[in-house]
Design a protein around this ligand. Structure first.
Ligand code: MN
Length: 278
């Protein structure tokens, strides 16, 4: 098991992480998916990294599905292509893959863990709402399966190697300790060898020039979303701040987005609302 230095915001501690984790079932069933497609290097590294932990199945889109969020295909049938004994490509979304993997391909056996990734590129802050990688993990959470999403922050030079080792570590931890219902772990690994790990909350991202307006060859206006480089607010304790400082970021995310404080405030105010009035 790889050993990662444990850190706080004040710097590295001398204690090593983790104590050796042991899965609670003898040969765990692990489902791997992603949004970059079954052919991507990141999912190959992930599946190989998890091999020693249990029985690993890969069910992933047959082409890139980045930024499709939690889309579920209901308007047409889905086709599967078997590319390995325990590997299937689906002409659908990451959510379709987890749905088919858990609901059909594993033939009634519930996975002990779903791991989504390793995504080519960060999935931090507001971007988790667009991310197919994170949504595949959330689909598992909806189905009652503990899940991890893992993304590799990329630069011109990077390697999936450390993310693969960290995926194995965090998968072993989840197989041993589990996760509360509704919770997944969202991991982002910096491009260079990480200085350690930080446990974080979601940061805040803004795109400077979000929409580029142009003219198509037929003279009509067209618009391209996603122009300009992303700009992050440097907020201490966030996923972005951790990765910017060279650390691997682990953010626990909850499926239930209910804001309890606003819920109480609305309940209090509504006592005075005139629901029958004109
Ligand atoms: Mn992707």
């Amino acid at each position: 098991m790889p050993r990662i230095p444990r850190t706080t915001d004040h710097g590295p501690l001398t204690t090593s992480f983790p104590p050796r984790y042991t899965a609670r079932v003898s040969r765990p069933l692990i489902l791997v998916s992603n949004d970059d497609g079954y052919h991507s290097e990141g999912i190959r590294v992930l599946a190989e990294s998890l091999q020693g932990l249990g029985e690993v199945w890969v069910v992933a889109p047959d082409r890139e599905n980045s930024a499709v969020s939690h889309a579920l295909t209901l308007s047409r049938p889905l086709r599967l292509t078997r590319f390995a004994e325990r590997g299937f490509a689906v002409d659908g979304t990451p959510t379709d893959c987890v749905t088919i993997g858990v609901g059909h391909l594993l033939k009634g056996r519930t996975p002990d863990l779903v791991v989504s990734g390793i995504n080519f590129g960060a999935n931090m802050g507001d971007d988790v709402h667009y991310s197919g990688t994170v949504s595949a993990a959330f689909e598992a959470v909806i189905l009652g399966v503990p899940a991890v999403a893992i993304s590799q922050v990329t630069t011109s030079e990077f390697s999936f190697a450390f993310a693969g080792r960290f995926a194995r570590l965090i998968a072993a931890r989840v197989l041993d300790r589990g996760l509360p219902a509704g919770v997944l772990l969202n991991v982002n690994v910096p491009p260079n060898h990480p200085s350690g790990v930080r446990f974080t909350r979601l940061g805040k991202r803004t795109y400077g020039e979000g929409v580029v307006e142009d003219t198509d060859p037929r003279g009509r206006r067209c618009y391209w979303i996603g122009g300009g480089d992303p700009v992050w607010e440097d907020i201490p304790g966030t996923d972005f701040a951790a990765v910017a400082a060279g650390y691997t970021s682990v953010t626990p995310l909850h499926l239930d987005m209910t804001d309890r404080e606003q819920l109480r405030q609305l309940e209090g105010e509504a006592a005075a609302w005139d629901l029958e009035g004109s």
